[in-house]
Design a protein around this ligand. Structure first.
Ligand code: AMP
Length: 586
């Protein structure tokens, strides 16, 4: 059997090790279920060396005997102090590499002597050489040093023959890089790279910490005077940040945080995703500017790019995908775990060097987008069936995501929650999977928040829950087999949807609190008639000549009735037009 070569992502914040086994990449667990080793080295009370999580845990309390982010010093002549001795950056990195090497050996049940290690595209020769030396000190022959964006691209594109230009957006804990790479036949070339090696998820945490400190100060307590309190707040901030990637609110609770003149001070605060996004807006702007600088550096424009790949844990922040997609008009890919795709690519490269055949990295993803509908502005008027995607296609599963919605009218006691599969901005053009009604909401003014949660597992079972935020009142449904094709049932569903559209008025939710229009029956009729006309105009080219003529007449009749404000005159042409559309669509 060929000698194993391991792939290592030696990161500023975290490191990982992976290997090809039976043609497939395994990212090796550091502790059961956790493949990530924090890039921290420390000395314990008894003088023994700590690597990874235990070193990270003691960092805030004992910074003088803990080293983090050594990668930033690679290639320099700096020495770092650890206990009584000083070390070169290569030696500290070697401690991390040795740990990864022995974890790989335990996993494989054989000694490992060779590795591929990744470095940022911007690393100088001196920094690359220092990385090679660190490997050698750890007892590893470094077969190749490869660029991180190259590795990321390999993890997506291994075995794809076509030529592609790919943008790799990498936002980790403490560094940000964007690279433009060209790929052909498994050869990846970095065309341009730009970034800021002092920007990352840690800065996002710091913004939340500053917010929490301000909040505590308004209560007369100053946590900055206590290292321990600050350590707890920093941890709580990161946990809240991560929670906000999947849900619209995060609760931060830290009891007995401080002591104020003998009275304990507790921290209890809710952070809304919306407010958190405002805190990090400037950072995201900066990364988007870097994207355009990298494109310019590669002499390319946005239209030359085939794909955008996300790398680094901080790219799980949904606003990053939203902003990138809006800015580049491209769908962003994130189906290979963004924490692990650099290590995965390093292992693929290592496998190729060892002469192993490597299959593309397969992960369980949802091939469909799932969402609900809400009243929202569409083409200048409020449309009750505006689609709001909650789980986007290509998201790795299992996944749980939630969003907040608001009631539309005062004392609204009932809402209808519809579940759809599809991509169309008009929910009615998507496939309806199910619906449920939540009753007995509290008598609140319009704008009462409801959190709607979608949970999808690998077996295609979807649980959708709606919870009134202020009371905890909950209702849910379970829908099976949502990952199978719906072609057969589609017709039936479409029929009931179109019928429902013109016979009932669903109790509405809206996506925004500001200025939600209050729907009256007239208002809804008008909205529905306009939506129907819009749809008819879209589909008219698909109709046969006779139908087309009738459609034109009906559209005219509806428009006349709308202009005259004559709602009675709407009923007939609306019913006739919806009949034609129904047959046209089925
Ligand atoms: P990396 O250096 O790639 O391991 O990324 C680490 C950074 O990603 C840290 O700042 C983490 O707090 C952040 N991170 C990890 N998971 C998430 C998440 N679900 N949402 C937002 N940030 C995350």
């Amino acid at each position: 059997m060929a000698e194993k070569i391991i792939g290592i992502d030696l990161g500023t914040t975290n490191s990982e090790v992976a290997v090809v086994e039976n043609g497939q990449v395994t990212v090796i667990d550091i502790t059961p279920g956790h493949p990530i080793l924090p890039s921290f080295v420390g000395l314990a009370d008894d003088g023994s060396i700590l690597v990874g999580e235990p070193a990270k845990n003691q960092y805030v309390l004992y910074p003088e005997r803990t080293i983090k982010s050594i990668k930033r010093q690679m290639g320099s002549t700096d020495r770092v102090q650890l206990g009584d001795a000083t070390y070169s950056p290569q030696e500290i990195s070697a401690i991390i590499l040795r740990q990864l090497k022995s974890i790989a050996e335990a996993h494989l049940g054989e000694p490992v002597y060779k590795a591929v290690i990744t470095v940022p595209a911007y690393f100088s020769d001196a920094q690359r050489q220092a990385t090679r030396e660190a490997g050698e000190i750890a007892g590893l022959e470094v077969m190749r040093i490869i660029n991180e964006p190259t590795a990321a691209a390999l993890s997506y594109e291994a075995n794809h023959q076509d030529h592609k230009k790919v943008l790799v957006y990498d936002l980790g804990g403490g560094t940000f890089d964007v690279s433009v790479v060209g790929i052909q036949d498994n050869v990846v070339e970095v065309l341009a790279s730009h970034g800021n090696n002092h920007l990352g998820g840690d800065d996002f945490d710091a913004r939340i910490v500053a917010h929490l400190v301000e909040h505590l100060k308004t209560q007369g307590a100053d946590p900055t005077t206590s290292r321990k309190a600050l350590a707890r707040i920093t941890r709580a901030a990161e946990i809240a940040k991560i929670a906000l990637s999947d849900q619209p609110y995060a609760r931060i609770e830290e009891e007995y945080l401080l002591d104020k003149a003998g009275t304990p001070v507790h921290l209890s605060l809710e952070l809304a995703r919306h407010d958190y996004e405002a805190m990090i807006h400037g950072y995201i702007d900066e990364t988007l500017e870097a994207v355009h600088i990298a494109l310019k550096g590669a002499n390319l424009t946005v239209s030359d790019i085939d794909e955008v790949l996300l790398v680094g844990g901080a790219t799980r922040t949904p606003i990053i995908t939203e902003r990138l997609e809006a800015d580049l008009s491209l769908t962003v890919r994130a189906e290979v775990n963004p924490d692990l795709c650099v290590a995965t690519g390093a292992a693929i490269q290592a496998g190729m060097l060892a002469g192993e055949s490597v299959r593309a990295v397969l992960v369980d993803i949802t091939p469909y987008t799932f969402g609900t509908s809400a009243l929202s502005d569409r083409n200048g008027f409020a449309y009750p069936y505006t689609y709001v995607p909650i789980i986007h296609k290509n998201t790795p599963i299992p996944v749980t995501k939630s969003e907040v919605f608001y009631t539309v009218i005062d004392h609204q006691a009932v809402v209808e929650v519809d579940v759809y599969q599809g991509e169309d901005a008009d929910a009615l053009n998507n496939i309806a999977l199910g619906q449920f009604i939540v009753e007995n909401l509290s008598k609140a003014p319009a704008g009462n928040p409801l959190v709607i949660q979608f949970s999808l597992d690998v077996n295609g079972i979807m649980n959708v829950t709606a919870r009134e935020k202020n009371t905890g009142l909950e209702k849910s449904i379970r829908i099976d087999n949502v990952l199978t094709s719906f072609a057969e049932g589609e017709l039936e569903t479409a029929r009931s949807r179109v019928n429902a559209l013109f016979t009932s008025e669903p109790p509405l939710l809206t996506k925004s609190t500001a200025g939600a229009p209050v729907p009256t029956t007239e208002h809804q009729l008008t909205v529905q008639a306009k939506a129907l006309v819009e749809k008819a105009e879209r589909l008219i080219d698909h109709a046969v000549a006779d139908d087309r003529e009738e459609m034109i007449n009906l559209i005219e009749a509806i428009n006349d009735a709308l202009i005259a404000g004559d709602l009675k005159a709407l009923a007939e042409p609306v019913a006739a037009l919806s009949d034609i559309l129904f047959y046209l669509e089925s």
